[in-house]
Structure formats: structure tokens, C-alpha cells
Design a binder for this molecule. Structure first.
Ligand code: ADP
Ligand code: MG
Length: 314
């Protein structure tokens, strides 16, 4: 039986620090990432991909702001969907080209625009924490807070920025479709940017909300929903560190969930970055996953095979 793995790609898989974000730059990075993914497929793994969208959705939000004098600005859920299409397209094309060159006989990769259900009663809706979109002056930020009922905060001297809730992912709405395509051998890109957050409306239908779901927590939800054996979270550092950027800093190799959770409770992992990755690995192995790994993108296959990265066991 081939092992099934959900691979969560970090921001560096699409855009490198210091790059401007041109289409050519992003396609170049995605092509490099696609080669790492192809290695895993050639090694015999069944891969489902998910990815972040921070810089891309940030750009779309700026484009909407600046274009609003001529065309209506779109709400966040629509911007999230746009970013999934944008990034999904880059990955599908890069992967297909890479498979063709390496003569890997698998069906063309496919991207699913993915909605993720969150609870309306999630406490995150009372406490928005996730910064999104452009920076503005204090005056403009205050005007938006009053007129649009948005929350804006001062961001470390760089200006004012909108913050939105980051609720917990409860269900991948398109999970049956993802599963069916995976069973048929397709490489599926799903739940990009953590998925489009939706809630159940009064009439039982779905509606989009102004929020952002953490992509690592959504990756874990996806992994469970498609019965993955493994969860591989790829980022820009080779391992999880304890005493991060402090005296006694130390890399974590293989670790059991209980031990990792103890470090998590001691506050070793930052909330906007490593915290959710650690949380995702804990959830995954506690819900029946065999193993979850946090590693750097350029060591993806070695990490999957157990010799690199931080290996989290049940
Ligand atoms: P991604 O786009 O891959 O999700 P993030 O920036 O969200 O990337 O998370 C990765 C970053 O987390 C690393 O670059 C590192 O600076 C930071 N980080 C915070 N705490 C830790 C820790 N305890 N160990 C390792 N990295 C950490
Ligand atoms: Mg992150």
C-alpha cells in the first residue's frame, strides 16, 4: 500500500524573502518546489498538496483597495478563492511539466477551490488576531474602524493594519471530491491558504466570512478528512527549536506528542508561525495519524523518510 501524505507548503515555496513577487519569480519558485514534490511521488508516496497564500492574498487585497474607485472591491472570501486559483494554477502547470520531463506517468494535477467550515461561535470571532492586506495611516485606519466595523491595529511601527479572526477549521467541504480524485491517482492541490472560511447560514446553506484560517491547522483537517498516513509541514527552517533565539536553543529531532505538547505549553513556539505547525502535528498523531513531520522544503523527501526534520510520533 502506498502511503498517503498531505504536504503543507510554506510561504517560501512560492515567494522567497526579498523578492518583489512578479509572476515570473513566483513561477520560478513553484517550479523548484514541484521538483521536490515529484521526488516524493517517484519514491512511491501518494501526495496531496496544500499551501499558504499570505503574500498573494495581500496583493489581491491591495489591488482591490486601489481599484475600488473603478470597480467594486471584493470581500475576503472571494479574494481567498482568487488566490487559490492563482497559486493552484501555478502548481498544476509546474507539476505537470515536471512529471512530463521526468516521464512520471500520472494524471495531470488538479486544483480544487476549497471551502472550510468554521463555527460562527468560535471565540476567534470575538478576538481578531491575524493581520491582512495593506498598511495604512492611523487616520485612515480609524475611519475604517468606524465606517466598516473592522478591527485595525498598530503593527510594530510599520503602520496600521487590519486584523481578522483566525477560527479553527472544522470540516473541508470538498473532502469527498478530494478523496475521489486521490483514489483515481490525481495529485490534488486543495485548501490553499487554509481554505475559504465559511459558516452554516440560518437556512443550513454555507456563506463566506471575513476571516483567515491557519494553513497548517487546515492541512491537518484535510489530512484527517482524506485518511492520510502522514502529515508533512514544509517551511524555511530545518527543524523545530526549543528556546528559540535564546541561550540553550536546541533542535528537536524525533519526539513523542506528549513531550512536544509539554514544550508547547511552556511557550517555546511562536503563535503566528511555529505554534500552529506544532499544534497541527499534535492533533494529527492524536487522531490516528502515524507520524507528522516539520522540515525544510529542500529536505522534503529525507524528512518524509524519517532522516531529517522534526518527527512527531503518537
Ligand atoms: P510558513 O510560511 O512556512 O508557514 P512561518 O513564518 O509561518 O512560515 O513559520 C516558520 C518560521 O517560524 C521560521 O522561519 C521561524 O522563524 C519561526 N519560528 C518561531 N518559533 C520557532 C521555533 N520554536 N522553532 C523554529 N522556528 C520558529
Ligand atoms: Mg505560517
Amino acid at each position: 500500500m502506498r502511503e498517503r501524505v498531505v504536504v503543507a507548503l510554506g510561504g517560501n515555496a512560492i515567494l522567497q524573502r526579498g523578492q518583489r513577487g512578479t509572476a515570473a519569480e513566483q513561477m520560478g519558485n513553484v517550479q523548484k518546489t514541484a521538483r521536490e514534490v515529484a521526488k516524493m511521488i517517484q519514491a512511491g508516496y501518494q501526495v496531496i498538496l496544500t499551501h499558504g497564500n499570505g503574500p498573494q492574498v495581500g496583493t489581491i487585497l491591495i489591488q482591490n483597495e486601489l481599484g475600488a474607485r473603478q470597480v467594486p472591491a471584493m470581500p475576503m472570501d472571494v479574494c481567498g478563492a482568487e488566490s487559490q486559483g492563482f497559486i493552484g494554477y501555478l502548481f498544476c502547470q509546474a507539476l505537470a511539466n515536471c512529471f512530463q520531463r521526468k516521464k512520471i506517468p500520472i494524471p495531470k494535477p488538479v486544483c480544487i477551490v476549497t471551502q472550510v467550515r468554521v463555527d460562527r461561535t468560535d471565540p476567534a470571532f470575538q478576538n481578531p488576531t491575524k493581520p491582512v492586506g495593506p498598511f495604512f495611516s492611523e487616520e485612515e485606519a480609524r475611519r475604517r474602524m468606524k465606517e466598516r466595523n473592522e478591527t485595525w491595529i498598530e503593527d510594530a511601527g510599520r503602520g496600521w493594519r487590519r486584523v481578522v479572526p483566525s477560527p479553527d477549521p472544522k470540516e473541508i467541504i470538498e473532502k469527498e471530491a478530494v478523496r475521489a480524485l486521490v483514489e483515481q491517482g490525481f495529485v490534488v492541490v486543495a485548501s490553499g491558504g487554509g481554505g475559504i472560511p465559511v459558516v452554516t447560514a440560518e437556512d443550513g446553506g454555507l456563506e463566506g466570512v471575513e476571516a483567515v484560517i491557519d494553513k497548517d491547522l487546515a492541512a491537518e483537517r484535510l489530512a484527517r478528512d482524506v485518511n492520510a498516513d502522514l502529515l508533512l509541514i514544509l517551511t524555511d527552517v530545518p527543524q523545530v527549536l526549543i528556546h528559540y533565539r535564546q541561550p540553550g536553543e536546541k533542535a528537536v529531532g524525533t519526539i513523542r506528542a506528549d513531550e512536544l505538547e509539554a514544550y508547547h505549553l511552556e511557550g517555546h513556539f511562536k503563535s503566528g508561525s511555529m505554534g500552529p505547525k506544532v499544534e497541527a502535528t499534535l492533533r494529527f498523531v492524536r487522531n490516528g495519524g502515524k507520524r507528522a513531520v516539520i522540515a525544510s522544503l529542500d529536505q522534503a523527501l529525507e524528512a518524509l523518510e524519517g532522516s531529517r526534520g522534526t518527527q512527531v510520533l503518537p
